[in-house]
Design a protein around this ligand. Structure first.
Ligand code: HEM
Length: 228
């Protein structure tokens, strides 16, 4: 069963024509793009410090010293921007029984036969996996990142703790880069999704095709813009 909180304050159907559905308000979109920009900068600056063959990337940040100084601060920005987002979206990302069926029928999703699967609420199981993976990985990254932030926290941890933290930090970073690639690929691959994060709305057809339960619920509750 989709929890009532699957619907957020700004989710509204506009009669059109054409019919559109609000999915993200301006504040959520700005926050999302701050998060996205931070992660990209973190990946570039992190990779620059990860291996000598990638050291040339420090040029983007004004040299090695600056890269080392900036990277943790960008991490702090990512942490706070994502967690504002997290508290707004976590309820809509709780797994339910329909998600299991989505996983079992993922071939139909890839094959464009979503009709064979249960109707989805605001997020499908794949989006939920990405959401929780990002949330967990960001916590791991900030926790290990603080431990290895020698400029401020060097005296609080042992060298052994530091070494373990560096290893976990690097593994979590590699995994989140993969998760990020899957997220961006899915956003482009599922046509009409990107405008949810650029314009804030999707077409009625997109909502009907991919998140029908969410659309039905909005209609059922009368969340329809009366002005149009
Ligand atoms: C250039 C990179 C990115 C693009 C093009 C992109 C695109 C999008 C789009 C189109 C959506 C709306 C999907 C929908 O409502 O169905 C979305 C949602 C979202 N994005 Fe991104 N994104 C990017 C980077 C990131 C990064 C780096 C993070 C986190 C570290 C992130 C976290 C999220 C979350 C949490 C959602 C809400 C979906 C959910 O709660 O399951 N995105 N993104």
């Amino acid at each position: 069963m989709t929890p009532a909180s699957d619907i957020q304050s700004e989710d509204t159907i506009h009669r059109g024509p054409p019919v559109t559905v609000n999915r993200y308000g301006p504040a959520k979109r700005v926050n999302h793009w701050i998060t996205a920009t931070s992660l990209i900068l973190l990946a570039l600056s992190g990779l620059a410090m990860f291996h000598p063959s990638l050291f040339f990337l420090t040029g983007l940040f004004g040299g090695g010293q600056n890269t080392r100084m900036l990277h943790p601060w960008i991490g702090v920005v990512l942490f706070f921007s994502f967690y504002v987002f997290f508290f707004q979206l976590w309820r809509a990302n709780i797994f339910n029984r329909a998600d299991m069926e989505w996983f079992m029928g993922v071939r139909d999703v890839i094959g464009g036969n979503e009709e064979r699967l249960p109707e989805m609420g605001k997020y499908n199981a794949g989006q939920k996996v990405i959401f929780w993976s990002m949330a967990i990985l960001i916590v791991i990254l900030i926790a290990t990142g603080v431990i290895i932030w020698d400029q401020y926290f060097h005296s609080y941890t042992s060298i052994q703790t530091n070494r373990i933290a560096v290893l976990i930090h690097a593994i979590a970073a590699a995994v989140i880069i993969c998760v990020f690639i899957v997220h961006v690929y899915a956003a482009f691959w599922t046509r009409g999704t990107l405008r949810a994060m650029t314009r804030g709305s999707v077409t009625g057809g997109w909502a009907w095709r991919h998140h029908r339960k969410w659309l039905r619920e909005l209609a059922g509750r009368g969340r329809i813009d009366p002005a149009e």
